[in-house]
Design a binder for this molecule. Structure first.
Ligand code: XIL
Length: 450
């Protein structure tokens, strides 16, 4: 979609967003068996980072659409993606994500306007005054294009140094414009889209430490001077070197007490099994314990596309199966459809279905061979049952790749070795029947699966 089209349709689009939000709210009244609907039940959103390039993959889109109520473009709104050369904006990939999100009633987090990383090479050499102009033009370009369509913007990302000093990180903005660049970015952002929540976002600020103290002091100062800031994002990338801090909840709360919303913006926790699940539970519980924690976002849908793929840090494995961490998050959100619970859409067995179709594969004067193909529905199955009713005169002399039981001329067939089928996969059983004077075809009844 071109910039012009989006601009002209902005009012109409805002209407669509409102309608979609209503749909999402209505959905929450149903059983909360997905992350997004369970979070809505808690007055929060549950989001994920999304890459436009994966939206065409059906399992990716299906998992995204089913489970999440908010998206953050993983790279598509960054400066290098949107303004690769000065003054010329490209929104094609970001628009794909925003359009997809809107069609599904999802919120969009804008990520990110001013950051030292993924910055096109033309920015760094600019002199101070030119850089200031370019920074404000970039904010206006992005926020103007998506005006009214973004729930929260990460206005400035990662402006503080790691380590003990609590100092600002060196960047073209910091080095040339000084401390005031953050304030200026927020003021420009407020004017560009007054409806969007404006966030400061960073990592290693998850517990109380020198870096989070420095961010805290900045937010406190902004609030006291009326600099527009609405929220602080905590990236929350964790692994064994950077574990979930024990004072995470306390840290969220102290920021909230300054009068800003807090959001968990890029959550991923390397690991697996029950240890990973327990860490995810802590994160959800921390957010739910802080009333101004308005939502959380995991940094990707599936481990296979994670920026930390070696660490399997997400809720769905590479085949989109729910991991223990998924069930932990869902139940921490008060959801009812975790693995093993009835109605969980990702659980093998729940909602299992199959179809059975018959063909005659061989025919001779006194008999024939029949074949019944069993195809699993949208979920994997571990067993199936098919009934075949034969014309009264006919009799079956042998059957393979299935286990029959008989009731009159109705044959009920279950698997021998071939019960387990992936979603959409097929197997078949065959039999030889004697016609005994009837050449009529047998009837295949309903297939049932578990
Ligand atoms: C990461 C993306 O996930 C990667 O695909 C990309 O190569 C680098 O950036 N902090 C942020 C995110 O704010 O934008 C980063 O995303 C991860 C760290």
């Amino acid at each position: 979609m071109s910039m012009i089209v989006r601009r002209l349709s902005r009012a109409a689009t805002a209407g669509l967003v409102a309608a979609a939000a209503l749909t999402a709210a209505a959905h929450s009244a149903e059983a909360a068996d997905t992350l997004g609907s369970a979070a809505v039940g808690q007055g929060r959103y549950f989001g994920t980072a999304v890459a436009a390039s994966h939206l065409g993959e059906s399992d990716y889109a299906a998992t995204l659409d089913r489970e999440f109520s908010s998206v953050t473009p993983e790279n598509e709104m960054k400066w290098d993606a949107t303004e690769p050369s000065r003054g010329s904006f490209t929104f094609t990939s970001a628009d794909r994500i925003v359009d997809h999100a809107q069609s599904q009633g999802m919120d969009v987090r804008g990520h990110t306007l001013v950051w030292h990383s993924q910055l096109p090479s033309w920015v760094s050499p600019l002199g101070a005054q030119d850089l200031r102009t370019a920074m404000n033009a970039h904010i206006n370009g992005l926020m103007g294009h998506y005006k009214g369509e973004i729930h929260s913007w990460d206005v400035v990302n990662e402006a503080f140094q790691d380590g003990g000093s609590g100092a600002r990180r060196s960047s073209p903005f910091q080095d040339k414009l000084g401390d005031g660049f953050i304030e200026e970015a927020f003021r420009t952002a407020r004017a560009a889209d007054p409806a969007a929540k404006l966030c400061y976002n960073d990592y290693n600020t998850d517990g109380v430490n020198a870096k989070s103290n420095a961010v805290y002091d900045m937010v406190k100062d902004f609030k006291s001077r009326g600099v527009p800031i609405d929220c602080v994002g905590f990236q929350s990338h964790f692994n064994s070197n950077s574990p979930v801090p024990s004072d995470y909840r306390h840290n969220l709360q102290r920021f909230a007490d300054l009068g800003v919303d807090v959001q968990i913006t890029e959550l991923d926790i390397e690991g697996s099994g029950s240890a990973q699940a327990a860490d995810y539970t802590k994160m959800v519980e921390a957010c739910l314990a802080v009333s101004r924690c308005t939502g959380m976002t995991v940094w990707g849908v599936t481990d296979k596309y994670s920026w930390r793929s070696g660490g399997t840090p997400l809720l769905f494995d590479g085949d989109y199966n729910e991991k223990p961490a998924y069930g932990a998050v869902l139940s921490a959100l008060g959801g009812s459809g975790g693995p093993g619970d009835p109605g969980d859409p990702g659980d093998p067995g729940d909602g299992a279905s199959c179809t059975a179709t018959y063909t005659r594969t061989a025919d001779w004067s006194s008999g024939y061979n029949g074949q019944v193909t069993i195809t699993a529905g949208a979920e994997p199955i571990s067993s199936w049952t098919a009934t075949v009713t034969l014309p009264a005169q006919q009799s079956v002399s042998s059957l393979w790749n299935g286990t029959p039981t008989w009731s009159g001329n109705v044959m009920t067939v279950r698997p021998s070795w071939n019960g387990t089928l992936a979603a959409g996969a097929s197997t078949s059983f065959g039999f030889t029947a004697a016609k005994n004077g009837s050449d009529a075809a047998p009837t295949v009844g309903t297939c049932t699966a578990s």
